[in-house]
Design a binder for this molecule. Structure first.
Ligand SMILES: *Cc1c(COP(=O)(O)O)cnc(C)c1O
Length: 394
């Protein structure tokens, strides 16, 4: 099936939409109008470009991993999102959304966070623009990620503890939505991945697609041709959709999304919504969701906090359905092995999330030739994961 843009209601085929309480409908509509207007505005685009370049440090390098390429027998290029300010791709999206918030005249920013990565990126841009910021975080996550809470506090952000349900990311999103409903007039909700009601999945994809556009230009400059394969890890799906999107119409480029297989799909302890979920509504849109027989959201597991989410952006469910992107899984042990391998071989410590994409290179061994090019999105750096890797037991 051929890829088509979503319709006006944000449906990619059967997936997407905006499943929100009635009180939120006007906010979502206001956001939609503001975003599609801003997208066409030259001034907005040049402001976005300015901060991506001068604050986040773009363009990021596309790095030829020479030793790794020799070892695996094909050419491997790493898109270095780990070199972005704050250490991952999340800042791209946060800069885009806060500029939109400013344009809409909003005075207050809210966000949800799991391990704290998106919370820190949001707190960073809130400090940059001097806006008041509240981040919702599960109470269990607050205990586990005390340093990230302190980081957010340094930026002047208030972290609000969420003590319900699993006390993690899923509940933090629910609380942020509740806050948004109560404070629509002056508040902008910065969502951290390509999930949520329309227009978030489209908007976040647009803000992250700078990753893929740069990669495309850089690889053409270096190699004079496109890669045969593009790889990225999939949590909510924002770094991967950003990497894939500019290649979607290049039919010869194989796109591969790597989900967190945790302790194996059959164990039930994983976070692979494409491989192990089915269609359902979560956080405002219809997509593949990990759920029980009666539609309750399942508990998830991954060694990497950033992939530990029971849903996935609707565009991924659609790309899976039409067969344009192939989705695979990598388990905890394989990801940790890749974490060590990249550190030793290339002097780059990858985030555990990104390590999932790196790990899949091994599965391509023997299936590609010396001339083949693989581009991998290295979504973030691994400094935040040192404790977990040091204590990891398979
Ligand atoms: C949050 C995070 C991810 C997962 O989120 P996506 O929306 O799927 O990109 C991946 N890598 C890093 C480094 C992250 O911080």
């Amino acid at each position: 099936m051929k890829y088509e843009q979503p319709d006006d209601h944000g449906y990619f085929g059967e997936f997407g939409g905006a499943f929100v309480p009635e009180t939120l409908v006007p906010c979502v509509d206001e956001l939609k109008a503001a975003y599609f207007e801003a997208k066409k505005d030259k001034k907005f685009r040049s402001e976005l470009e300015y901060y991506l370049k001068n604050f986040a440090g773009r363009a990021t390098a596309l790095y030829f991993a020479e030793k790794l390429s020799k070892e695996y027998g094909f050419k491997i290029y790493l898109k270095r999102e780990d070199l972005c300010h704050t250490g991952a791709h999340k800042i791209n999206n946060c800069i885009g959304q806060i500029l939109l918030a400013k344009r809409m005249g909003k005075k207050r920013i809210i966000a949800e966070t799991g391990a704290g990565q998106h919370g820190v990126a949001t707190a960073t841009v809130a400090a940059l623009f001097g806006l008041k910021c509240v981040v919702y975080m599960g109470s269990d996550d607050i205990k586990r990620q005390a340093l990230n809470v302190f980081r957010m506090n340094l930026f002047g952000t208030e972290v609000r503890s969420v003590d319900t349900g699993s006390k993690t990311l899923k509940e933090a999103v629910n609380e942020a939505m509740r806050d948004w409903m109560a404070n629509v007039k002056d508040t902008f909700y910065i969502i951290g991945s390509c999930i949520g009601p329309h227009p978030y999945p489209v908007m976040v994809r647009d803000f992250q697609s700078v990753i893929g556009y740069e990669t495309k230009k850089q690889i053409k400059d270096i190699e004079g041709r496109l890669p045969g394969t593009v790889l990225a890890c999939v949590g909510g799906g924002s770094n991967s959709i950003g990497m894939f999107y500019p290649f979607i119409d290049d039919g010869k480029v194989n796109l591969i999304g790597v989900e967190a297989g945790g302790r194996g799909i059959r164990s039930g302890m994983h976070s692979a919504a494409i491989a192990g979920g089915r269609p359902g509504v979560l956080h405002g849109s219809l997509s593949r969701v990990m759920q029980t027989k009666d539609g309750q959201i399942s508990l998830t597991h991954s060694v990497s906090a950033g992939l530990d989410y029971p849903g996935v952006g609707p565009e991924h469910s659609y790309l899976n359905k039409i067969g344009r992107v192939k989705y695979v899984t990598v388990n905890d042990g394989q990801a940790v092995e890749a974490f060590h391998m990249l550190s030793e071989k290339e002097g780059i410590i990858p985030a555990l999330e990104s390590s999932h994409a790196i790990a899949y290179l091994k599965m391509l061994r023997g299936r590609l030739s010396k001339k083949d090019i693989v581009a991998v999105c290295l979504s973030g750096r691994g400094d935040k994961d040192l404790d977990i890797v040091r204590d990891f037991k398979n």
